[in-house]
Design a protein around this ligand. Structure first.
Ligand code: UDP
Length: 237
């Protein structure tokens, strides 16, 4: 499969057309941003890890009955995916308080929730991805009620599968963000990525952060943390 014109360049990935209008190629970059693009940098080798880890999780989730956009890994940084229209919602699931949740509600990090929370942000960089509820999403016409209901079901299952997979290698899944897209024909599938850029992973024994918070908070050893998560999952990079 050959890359044709670049369709889009985002903060961490480039998307290319292919000869098939229903297939795109994603290329993962080492560029890293945080705080809505205010902080910029690079994490050496991140693109390879995020590509391989996303595909690892996508294949796992497909096997568990969650439809995804994944087709085939093409190289260490490139993957063929089904073309989708992205639903403009960032769907965040939290098992433990951290990040913007802790800040917004004035609580410490590390509170383990009895029930995971599911929240939506409107995917719009210019507006700073504002938090919204289901009725806001419906009022703005961002998704149909049945799409939102299905997305809620899928993220609950995704949380369950990821949590149990990670717990086997002593990693606690604190929270994560996923995005969904619509295939031609309207089927909702999991899209985008699942990586240390989009999840919070804590070492279950030591509490050490093994994700992008090391970059956001200048904790050092960012590359080492990404590599450690990959190693624990048995992903070779
Ligand atoms: N997240 C993401 N992209 C975003 C915002 C959040 O991938 O634009 C992920 C983030 O890595 C974390 C989870 O979603 O795993 C919850 O993030 P939070 O809302 O706490 O925001 P942050 O602290 O990153 O601003």
């Amino acid at each position: 499969m050959k890359k044709l014109d670049m369709l889009y360049e985002g903060k961490a990935k480039k998307i290319y057309k292919t000869g098939d209008p229903e297939v795109l190629i994603v290329e993962y970059k080492d560029d890293a941003t945080a705080f809505n693009g205010e902080k910029r940098g690079a994490i050496s080798g991140k693109g390879v890890i995020n590509n391989r880890m996303t595909n690892y999780f996508m294949r796992l989730l497909e096997g568990c009955g969650i439809p995804t956009h994944y087709i085939e890994e093409l190289s260490d940084r490139e993957t063929a995916v089904k073309r989708v229209d992205i639903v403009p919602l960032e769907v965040i699931v939290r098992n433990i308080s951290a990040g913007s949740f802790a800040k917004r509600y004035g609580v410490k990090e590390g509170i383990v929730f009895k029930n995971p929370t599911v929240e939506f942000s409107y995917k719009d960089d210019a507006l700073g991805d504002p938090l919204l509820n289901t009725s806001h999403a419906l009022a703005l016409g961002l998704a149909a009620p049945e799409d939102i209901a299905l997305i809620r079901e899928y993220v609950t299952q995704i949380n369950h599968f990821l949590k149990s997979e990670l717990s086997e290698c002593d990693v606690t899944l604190v929270d994560f963000k996923v995005e969904f897209g619509k295939l031609t024909g309207g089927k909702i599938v999991l899209a985008d990525e699942i990586s240390p850029d989009t999840c919070r992973f804590w070492d279950t024994k030591t509490g050490e952060k093994l994700d992008k918070d090391r970059f956001r908070q200048d904790l050092g050893n960012v590359e080492g943390a990404y590599a450690e998560i990959a190693r624990r999952l048995g992903i070779t990079v």
